[in-house]
Design a protein around this ligand. Structure first.
Ligand SMILES: Cc1cc2nc3c(=O)[nH]c(=O)nc-3n(C[C@H](O)[C@H](O)[C@H](O)COP(=O)(O)OP(=O)(O)OC[C@H]3O[C@@H](n4cnc5c(N)ncnc54)[C@H](O)[C@@H]3O)c2cc1C
Length: 433
C-alpha cells in the first residue's frame, strides 16, 4: 500500500487527485493538503476583481467532497519538506509519503519591487484574496476615476491575464460611460505585444495589437518597471506613468518549502522534471502546474517566465497519475508525458481571443508548432463562461477528464498526453528543461 500526498488543490492538484482515485484501488491512500478550504477557478479572478462575477460562484468547498471520495483532506500550509526522509511538515503535523506531488502553483514574488501588490500601491488578480482587494480598490476608483496602468513585471509567467484585465476594464468603463475620462496604459516586459512569453503564436501579435489599438489602450513594449510610488510608475526609460488604479502581475517563484531544500528547485524554486514529470534526483517527487520548471523558448531582452496554462497543468496531472499507477503496478502501460497542447480563452467583455496551440512551446530545433491558431469574436466570451461552469461541475462531481472531453479534444486534433519514447537502456533520464 502506498501513501500519495498532493500539495495544492488548484487546477493541477485537484484533477490529479481525482484521476489517481479513479485509477488506484482503495488500498492506496491519497491525501490532499491545501492552504485554502476551497478550489478556486483562477482564470475567472479578473471577472471577480471587476465585480463581473462573485468569488463564491467560482469556488467549491473541498473537505466534504474529498472525504466522500475516499481522499484524505488536510487544510494547512506546507512549510517544510525533507525529501530524504519523505516527510512534510504542515503546521503541527508531520506527514510521511511514498509519493509526493507538488502542485502549489507559483508563489507571488511581491518583494520583487517595493510598492508592488495590494499591500503597496498596485493590485493583483492572482489569488482570491487579491481579487477581492482589487475589487475594493476598483469600487473606490469608480468614485474618482483617473489614469489606469495595467501590466506585468519582468519574469512574469502568465501575461494573458494582464491583457484580459486591461481590455475588461475598457469594456466595463465603456458600459458605465466613463471611458472618455480614463486613459489605459499597458506596460509589458515582452519584446512585442502578443509575444506572451512563448515567442508569439500564429498571428497573436497582430490580433493583440489590433484590439489594443481599437480599444484605445496605449501599449508600452519592452518595459522594465523600475519603481512604484503612490500613484506613479517609473519605467527604465525614464518615463513616469501616473495612475489612479493599477494592476500589475508580479513574477512567480516556487514555494518557500521548495526553495529551502538545496537541489530540489532551480534558483527561483521551480522544480525540474523528467518527461514523466518526476524529479530527476528524488524519484518519489513529482510536480504539476505552475511550479514546474520549463525553459523559455527564446531569450528576450527583458526576461519572461513561461506560461503554464490551465490545460497544460491538467495534462501534467493526468500524466503524473498514469505514471505513478505504472510504478505501483496497478496498470501495465507505457509511461506518458503531457503534450502541452492547449486551448486558452481570453475574454474582453464583448469579444475575446481563443488561442489553440499544439504544443504551446515551439519545437526546440525547428522553432515551430504543429498548429497555432488565434481567433477572435464575441463567441469567445460565451465559450470562456461556459468552460468555467463545465470545469467547476467536473470538480464538484469528482472527475478529472471525462471520456467525452477526451473525445472533444481529439476532434480538435489535441491530446493531453502521449507515450514517452523510452531509450534502449530503459531509462527516461533526460530533464525536459
Ligand atoms: C489571473 C489569472 C488568470 C488566468 N487565466 C487563465 C485562462 O484564462 N486560461 C488558462 O488556461 N490559464 C489561465 N491562468 C493560468 C491558470 O490559472 C494556471 O495554469 C493554473 O491555476 C495552474 O494550476 P496550479 O495547480 O499549478 O496552481 P493553482 O491553481 O494556483 O493551485 C495551487 C494550490 O496550491 C495551494 N498552495 C500553495 N502553496 C501551498 C502550500 N505551501 N501548502 C499548501 N497549499 C499550498 C494554493 O492554495 C492552491 O490551492 C490564469 C492565471 C492567473 C493568475
Amino acid at each position: 500500500m502506498a501513501h500519495i500526498v498532493i500539495i495544492g488543490a488548484g487546477l493541477g492538484g485537484l484533477p490529479t487527485a481525482y484521476e489517481l482515485r479513479h485509477i488506484l484501488p482503495r488500498q492506496h491512500q491519497l491525501t490532499v493538503i491545501s492552504e485554502s478550504p476551497n478550489f478556486t477557478f483562477i482564470p475567472s479572478l479578473p471577472w471577480v476583481a471587476l465585480g463581473l462575477t462573485s468569488l463564491d460562484s467560482v469556488q467549491i468547498s473541498l473537505e466534504h467532497r474529498l472525504r466522500q471520495r475516499g481522499i484524505n483532506w488536510i487544510q494547512g500550509r506546507v512549510d517544510q519538506l525533507n525529501p530524504d526522509t519523505q516527510q512534510i511538515c504542515c503546521g503541527e503535523q508531520t506527514i510521511v509519503y511514498d509519493y509526493l506531488i507538488i502542485a502549489t502553483g507559483g508563489e507571488l514574488a511581491l518583494d520583487a519591487l517595493p510598492g508592488l501588490g495590494p499591500d503597496g500601491y498596485t493590485q493583483s488578480v492572482c489569488n482570491p484574496h487579491h481579487a477581492l482587494m482589487a475589487l475594493k480598490a476598483w469600487q473606490k476608483f469608480l468614485q474618482a476615476p483617473g489614469p489606469i496602468v495595467v501590466g506585468a513585471l519582468p519574469k512574469t509567467s502568465c501575461l494573458g491575464p494582464a491583457y484580459e484585465f486591461a481590455l475588461l476594464i475598457d469594456y466595463v468603463l465603456r458600459q458605465q460611460g466613463l471611458r472618455k475620462q480614463v486613459s489605459i496604459t499597458f506596460v509589458t516586459p515582452e519584446p512585442y505585444a502578443g509575444h506572451l512569453g512563448i515567442g508569439g503564436m500564429a498571428n497573436s501579435a497582430e490580433v493583440v495589437k489590433k484590439i489594443m489599438a481599437e480599444r484605445d489602450v496605449e501599449v508600452i513594449e519592452n518595459a522594465q518597471i523600475k519603481a512604484i510610488a503612490a500613484n506613479q510608475i517609473h519605467l527604465g526609460n525614464g518615463r513616469v506613468l501616473p495612475f489612479a488604479y493599477s494592476m500589475l502581475l508580479p513574477p512567480f517563484r516556487g514555494p518557500h518549502f521548495v526553495r529551502q531544500v538545496p537541489g530540489l528547485g532551480n534558483q527561483d524554486g521551480f522544480i525540474p522534471v523528467l518527461p514523466t514529470y518526476r524529479h530527476p534526483e528524488y524519484p518519489s517527487i513529482y510536480a504539476v502546474g505552475v511550479v514546474v520548471q520549463l525553459k523559455p523558448p527564446e531569450e528576450t531582452p527583458i526576461p519572461l517566465g513561461v506560461p503554464k496554462t490551465g490545460q497544460m497543468t491538467e495534462a501534467m496531472g493526468m500524466a503524473v497519475a498514469h505514471n505513478i499507477a505504472i510504478e505501483l503496478g496497478v496498470i501495465s502501460a507505457q509511461p506518458v508525458t503531457p503534450t502541452l497542447d492547449a486551448i486558452c480563452f481570453a475574454d474582453f467583455g464583448n469579444t475575446g481571443i481563443l488561442f489553440l496551440a499544439n504544443p504551446v512551446l515551439p519545437d526546440v530545433v525547428t522553432g515551430k508548432r504543429r498548429r497555432a491558431v488565434a481567433l477572435s469574436g464575441a463567441w469567445v466570451s460565451w465559450a470562456k463562461s461556459a468552460f468555467e461552469k463545465y470545469f467547476l461541475a467536473k470538480m464538484r462531481f469528482g472527475t478529472a477528464v471525462p471520456w467525452f472531453e477526451r473525445i472533444g479534444l481529439k476532434f480538435l486534433g489535441l491530446s493531453l498526453v502521449k507515450p514517452i519514447q523510452v531509450q534502449s537502456s530503459g531509462n527516461i533520464s533526460q530533464e525536459i528543461s
